[in-house]
Design a protein. Sequence first.
Length: 436
Amino acid sequence: MANIVSIVGRPNVGKSTLFNRLIEERKAIMDNESGVTRDRHYGHAQWTGHYFTVIDTGGYVVGSEDIFEGAIRDQVELAIEESSVVLFMVDTMAGLTELDKEFANVLRRYKKPVLMVANKAESLERYHSSAEFYELGLGEGIFPISSQTGYGTGDLLDEVVKYFDVQGVENPEEGIPRIAIVGRPNVGKSSFLNVLTGTERSIVTNIAGTTRDAIHTPYKAFGREYILIDTAGMRRKSRVKEDIEFYSTIRSVKAMEESDVCIVMLDAQNGLEGQDMTLIGQADKAKKGIVIMVNKWDAVEKESKTADHLQKAMLERLAPMNYMPIIFASVLEKQRIFQVMEKTMEVYENKHRKITTSKLNEVMQQVIANYPPPAFKGKHIKIKYMIQLPTPSPTFVFFCNHPKYIKEPYVRYLENRMREHFDFTGVPLTLFFREK
Ligand code: GDP
Ligand code: GDP
C-alpha cells in the first residue's frame, strides 16, 4: 500500500545521517503543524512527487554488542520484509568489512531489490574505492553518495522511486486513528500495550530512549491500522509516590494531546476515582474521542447484573459527560480486548461524522419545534438554522436572534437530542450560538 524504503547496514556507516537528510524537509513541516518533534526510526519523505516512508534500522542496533541478536534482527528483518526497496549502506572510508559480508548474506535471503549505497564518498579517491564493494555480489547497482553533503543522493533517489508501484500519499498517517492509552499508575496500561503490540506485527518498534516526546508507532490489528502513542521515554524511576503520579499524569496528558481517541483505563477494583474524572474532563475539553476501559474485571466478584449496575452508576457520576462507551475487560485474561479496539475505531468514525446541512436542519428544526428555547427577559428567542463546521471534531453553529439568551439547560437539551438522532458515541460535541 505504502512505499517503504529501509536503510540497513552495520553501525556507523551513516544510516541515520541519510535518514535525517531524507525526512528533514518533511519533518520541519510536520513539526510546525503539531508543535512536537518526533524521535523515531521511521519518517516520511518525498522525491519528485513520490511519497514514501523511510525506516532507519540503525535505531535497533544502538547500544547492542551483537547486531544479529534475536530481537534486533527480528526488527531489521521485519523492516526488510515490509520494504519496496532496501538501501544497503557501506562505508567507503572504512572499506569492506566482515560485518558488511555478514549483512550481505542476510540480505541475500530476501527476494527484495537492494541498492548498495557507498557512503562518505566526498573525495574522488573514496568515490572510486566504492567499486570494491562489487565483491559482495549484491544489489542492482552501487551508488556512491555523501549523506553528509547530499552528494549523489539525487541519483540514488531517482533509482529508488523506480521500485515504487504506487504513487504514495503525502501523509500516510492521515485517516489512521491515533490512539492513546491513559490512566492512573498500575491500572494495566503497559500490560495492555504489550498485548496489543506483542501479538500483532508491528512495522516498527521503538526502543524506549531518553526522549521526552511521545512516540508514534503504526500497528496493524484485526485488519485495521492504527497508531499507538506512547510516552515510555517519559517514564521515571522514583520511590516517591507523588512523583510517580506526577510523571504518570504528564505522560497521560501528553499522549492524550496527540491522539484522536484516548482509551481511559480504570481499575475495576477501585471504580471511578477523582483522578479519573479529571482525566476524562481533560479529554472532553480537548475534544478527543473517549473510550472507558474498566480493566481487571477478572479480579472483581460479580453477579449477573454487576456490569449493568456499575455502568449505570458510572454514567450517572460522569454526567453530563456521559456519552462514552464503557467496556469491562481483563488484559490478564484477554477478555474483551477486541471489543475495546472495535469501539475505539467506531468512536474514531463518529468523531469524523459529517451531517449534511439539510439533514441537520430537518432533524433539529423538529426538535426545536417540540420544545422551543424559553423566552428570556421577555424576549422571544428564535433559532433559524444550523450548520456543522468542517472541524476535526464535531462542531455545530446555531444561528439565532439572541445567542446570549440561550442557557445551559437548553444547550444540553439540543445536544442530547442530537445524540439520539446521530451516532456521536464517545465524542464531545461543541455547540455555538451566533447572531443572525
Ligand atoms: P549509523 O550508525 O549507520 O546510523 O551512522 P551515523 O549516521 O550515526 O553516522 C556515523 C558517523 O559517520 C557519524 O560520525 C557521521 O557524522 C559520519 N557520517 C555520516 N555520513 C557521512 C558522510 O557522508 N561523510 C562523512 N565523512 N561522514 C559521515
Ligand atoms: P500501568 O502502570 O498502568 O502501566 O500498569 P501495568 O500494566 O504495569 O499493570 C499493573 C499491575 O496490574 C501488574 O501487576 C499487572 O500484572 C496487573 N494487571 C494488568 N492487567 C490486569 C488484569 O486484567 N487483571 C488483573 N488481575 N491484573 C492486571
